[in-house]
Design a protein around this ligand. Structure first.
Ligand SMILES: [Fe+2]
Length: 323
């Protein structure tokens, strides 16, 4: 029986990086994304930045969000049973532009072709693998008109690639749990599509790497933390959860209020931490106007009394005016 609920596509992709400045420079100055929110990790014990990047309005599926952990000294280890790469969509003929841009900035990149798409792999300064994919499908997402010309700009998530020791348990989870469709396989690599026509970031890929040691799942520099899927509404979030729990994946969390969206989390059998998220009506505009997105340090109400600690976080020199 298929899941009676649905996922639309990606909501956001989240990862743990090193320095905050280094991360800002990589996403805003190199990749040309807009800083759409600066806040702190919602339920952390110590203050850690939570930095959001995306398009002009911070639309779902354009969002990359980072936790800079270097100041706290928490390290992660990349490996299998973990998300291995963040995959981003660009127009199909923009790969050459990005190869030149990355090279001009001294960043090594490798071109490849997989599942009928041209790809460019490179690394975030903290080591996380990024893959820019020339997406042949039409993409209505409006990119941020900042540093990178719109014709070449990153549209948002294409999806993620998860490294697994064996594919079968994860294939069961994707197809039976999330109504994913198997698109193609190429050796040890497999591509699945989730979501509906209105969604973006719908490609979940697996690479079988049985010889690669397990990566870490805790917060730690240099690792991808989770892939959030857009479940659009509270009712649908509950439907999706109930079906997944019924399949035996019983470790799905309660719905948690994240201020800008509501989230549930579960560890998939491939090791990828999956979030089921839906945006609130106000979304990112609850504490900043569209014009001001990303210019303030937005402190959640339950962190207000710890402003002094938050002020000890590494200052970030930004393109935007910070107030
Ligand atoms: Fe998240």
């Amino acid at each position: 029986m298929p899941n009676p609920g649905f996922v639309r596509g990606t909501h956001h992709l989240t990862f743990c990086v090193g320095g905050a400045q280094e991360d800002y420079d990589f996403h805003a100055r190199l990749l040309g994304l807009r800083s759409v929110k600066k806040t702190v990790l919602f339920d952390g014990e110590i203050p850690i930045y939570h930095l959001y990047y995306g398009n002009e309005r911070g639309d779902g599926s354009t969002l990359l969000t980072s936790f800079p952990y270097r100041q706290a000294g928490w390290m992660g280890k990349r490996g299998s049973n973990q998300a291995r790469s963040l995959n981003l969509s660009v127009p199909v003929d923009a790969i050459g532009f990005w190869a030149d841009r990355l090279s001009d900035h001294g960043i090594a990149c490798e071109r490849s072709e997989l599942f009928g798409t041209e790809r460019l792999s490179f690394a975030h300064p903290c080591g996380i693998e990024y893959v820019i994919i020339g997406d042949p499908e039409p993409d209505a997402r409006v990119p941020y008109g900042g540093i990178v010309p719109a014709e070449h700009a990153i549209r948002g998530a294409y999806g993620t690639t998860t490294s697994v020791h064996q594919a079968d348990p994860m294939v069961f989870f994707l197809t039976e749990g999330l109504n994913a469709r198997h698109v193609a396989s190429d050796g040890q690599r497999h591509q699945f599509q989730i979501g509906d026509e209105q969604g973006h970031g719908r490609m979940l890929e697996l690479v079988e790497e049985p010889g690669v040691p397990q990566g870490t799942w805790h917060f730690g520099e240099g690792t991808i933390h989770h892939h959030a899927l857009d479940v659009v509404t509270a009712d649908n979030q509950a439907l999706v959860k109930d079906h997944i729990v019924g399949l035996g994946f019983t470790d799905v969390s309660e719905s948690k209020d994240r201020g800008y969206f509501h989230s549930m989390y579960l560890r998939s059998p491939g090791g990828l931490l999956v979030e089921l998220a839906y945006s609130t009506a106000e979304g990112f505009f609850i504490d900043e106007s569209e014009a001001e997105l990303g210019t303030h340090m937005c402190i959640p109400p339950h962190w207000e009394h710890r402003r002094g600690e938050i002020a000890q976080l590494e200052p970030i020199e930004t393109l935007e005016r910070v107030s």
